[in-house]
Design a protein around this ligand. Sequence first.
Ligand code: HEC
Length: 186
Amino acid sequence: MKRLCLLWPIAGLVLGVAGCSQPKMENQPKYETYENAPDWPDGQSARTPPAGTVARDAQLAPRPDHLPVPLTQALLDRGQQRFEINCLPCHGRVGYADGMVVQRGFPKPPSFHSERLRHAPLSHFYDVMTDGYGVMYSYADRVEPADRWAIAAYIRALQQSQHTPVAALDPAQRQALNQSGNGEDR
Ligand code: HEC
């Protein structure tokens, strides 16, 4: 019994050593970054990517200046939904930069109703969402390109909503506005 007890640690040691002697992938022969590589005719380990290779985050098509899809009610509805999920917390429901995150101390963005942003091309809003802007981080990994256009279109609709005089509405639109309870807003 005593001998058996002694055998166990020895067997464990043998198995352990055998396990360690297996070559690990990280120890296999390989080139380190930018190391000289005599195996290649040009001696470089950093190989040129094959023709036609594109970076994972490459912008494949040039970004158009204007809305690249038809402006429909469905697009605006989608834009509103995505805006209210992603942008409202800071930019506020109507775009006056009075969202809850700002009320809690986050830097205040400019109002979407400023002269400058009212006249900014639609692509500016797309670009801000794609690349971020100042302290605002990028939304590229949260908002799909198609949704960025939908949000941009919705922001334009918000801008229109605050700068179209009520007198310019036809009677049916005026009645709808009054019934919505928004007629007296700002
Ligand atoms: C966490 C808060 C926050 C969220 C959420 C947010 N933004 Fe911003 N945004 C900011 C701040 C702050 C600025 C001002 C950045 C600066 O000037 O440094 C800004 C600036 C902007 C501007 C103005 C850029 C300019 O030309 O001055 C646009 C347009 C904009 N955001 C669009 C959006 C859209 C669209 C979304 C939703 C997809 C969004 N933001 C979500 C905080 C936010």
